[in-house]
Design a protein around this ligand. Structure first.
Ligand code: ZN
Length: 445
């Protein structure tokens, strides 16, 4: 069985899902005007053909490269399906706008609802995979364990598609919990890892309106890129029509991504187009000298918290969010910037370091969902009202801000993280960028 799966993986030649998709690529690149019965549809503006072997890791949240889309171009992705109740609605909504996306399906879901995978194929959507069981531990797995998860997931999707179908060699790590061994294995198999450029937090307990707001705001902030959503979430179903309508109104264009095949060469691109953060004359850091040995991908290798760290906070059960939070925390929220990785001076260690974390910038306070950040300065304390940040929450939980896991000086990861924020919050600025500490507590109401 294992041998068969491996052989199947190695035989991949960037096949897309199903023969029908091969023949319909041209039709997928339809403009809104070509969407029958929907003259005002968003449409899919073009198809981008990529070679996974040339670009094995993409997504600016974690990697130096991302998809080479132009300004105002968006690639939609949906994870964790198929779950008929919600996934079918997502498909219907996308169909009503003639929008093509990439779906990262879970093997167990494909086994349970194989017809859902076939619906994706029949709709001309791109199908990637997302492991067999969706383990939130790929950053800690052995390569063999990861290989099993990856290949079982592929085999399950392949089985759902039948003899003629294969998933695309696109893979998303559950929770974006990347690991180098896993990445190297996937690259060796010619499978492209998709991180993301921004999230909409649709796995969290937030309203569909909030999902919509986050999706649009983060897209506007970055201007283009890969949006990660979940087709299994009812709030995503509810938010999706508004998101698509707003994309249309704001002049964004949808790009579908498919893998190159011997008969379909990759879309010509320049290497610079793949850079997550291309050099810019207007960004001062772009003119800084490069740091020898700098590796952006290592940002995701900071210590991960044990699940036991997530259970209790001041005697209260904390919400367990999917570990995208860890990634967001490590990279400064969305959109991430390279600034996070430049070495900066360390803040002095206060006596109460075990219960505090370094200051973060204003950008992390923009995401207000159910958490209050109480901040404390060395000098007169400053308090914000109703500031929130899953970002801060993730960092604080990761490093045990309740004092159970931190002792003495702040963890180096905190320092690097904190130093990464481009600008201090205005309140922080009054006391200097490195003189504050923040502490996150769960809202009591
Ligand atoms: Zn997932």
């Amino acid at each position: 069985m294992d041998g068969d799966v491996l052989a199947g993986v190695r035989k991949w030649q960037w096949a897309v899902v199903g023969l029908g998709l091969l023949g319909s690529i041209g039709a997928q690149a339809a403009s809104a005007a070509d969407c029958p019965g929907h003259p005002d549809a968003l449409g899919t503006s073009r198809t981008l053909v990529v070679d996974p072997r040339a670009h094995p890791r993409i997504g600016s949240m974690q990697y130096p490269e991302t998809l080479p889309v132009e300004d105002h171009e968006v690639v939609l992705t949906f994870d964790d399906g198929p779950l008929p109740r919600n996934s079918n609605q997502v498909l219907d909504i996308l169909a009503s706008q003639c929008v093509k996306a990439t779906f990262f399906t879970i093997g167990k879901m494909a086994q349970a609802y194989p017809e859902g995978v076939r619906k994706l194929r029949d709709a001309g959507q791109t199908i990637g995979t997302h492991t067999q069981d969706h383990p939130l531990s790929m950053d800690r797995m052995t390569v063999e364990q990861a290989r099993q998860e990856i290949e079982d997931g592929i085999a399950s999707v392949k089985a759902a598609l039948g003899d003629d179908g294969k998933p695309s060699p696109f893979f998303r790590v559950p929770g974006l919990l990347r690991g180098e061994g896993v990445e190297d294995y996937l690259a060796s198999q010619g499978i492209q890892i998709w991180s993301a450029d921004f999230l909409a937090d649709d796995w969290r307990h937030i309203s569909s309106s909030r999902v919509y707001e986050l999706a649009i705001k983060r897209l506007e902030d970055r201007g283009k890129g890969i949006l990660l959503l979940h087709d299994i979430q009812a709030r995503t179903v509810a938010a999706l029509p508004r998101i698509l309508n707003e994309l249309k109104a704001r002049g964004f264009r949808i790009v579908q991504v498919v893998p190159a095949t011997p008969d379909r060469p990759a879309t010509p691109t320049e290497p610079e187009q793949w850079l997550s953060y291309p050099a810019s004359e207007t960004v001062a850091t772009a003119r800084w000298p490069k740091v020898p040995g700098f590796d952006f991908a290592h940002a995701g290798m900071l210590p991960a918290p044990a699940m036991s760290d997530l259970d209790l906070q001041n005697g209260q059960v904390m919400m367990l969010a999917e570990p995208f939070d860890r990634v967001k925390g490590l990279l400064g929220g969305a959109p991430a910037t390279r600034h996070a990785l430049w070495p900066q001076p360390s803040p002095p260690a206060p006596d109460n370091a075990a219960t505090t974390l370094p200051v973060a910038a204003s950008s992390v306070f923009e995401l207000q969902e159910g958490f209050r950040v109480a901040e404390r300065a060395f000098a007169p304390p400053v308090r914000h009202a109703e500031l929130a940040s899953e970002h801060e929450e993730a960092i604080s939980r990761k490093h045990g801000h309740n004092g159970r896991t931190m002792r003495g000086k702040p963890h180096p990861g905190h320092i690097r993280q904190a130093a990464g924020h481009a600008a201090p919050h205005p309140a922080h600025a009054r006391h200097g960028p490195l003189k504050h500490l923040v502490q996150v507590r769960k809202r009591s109401v």
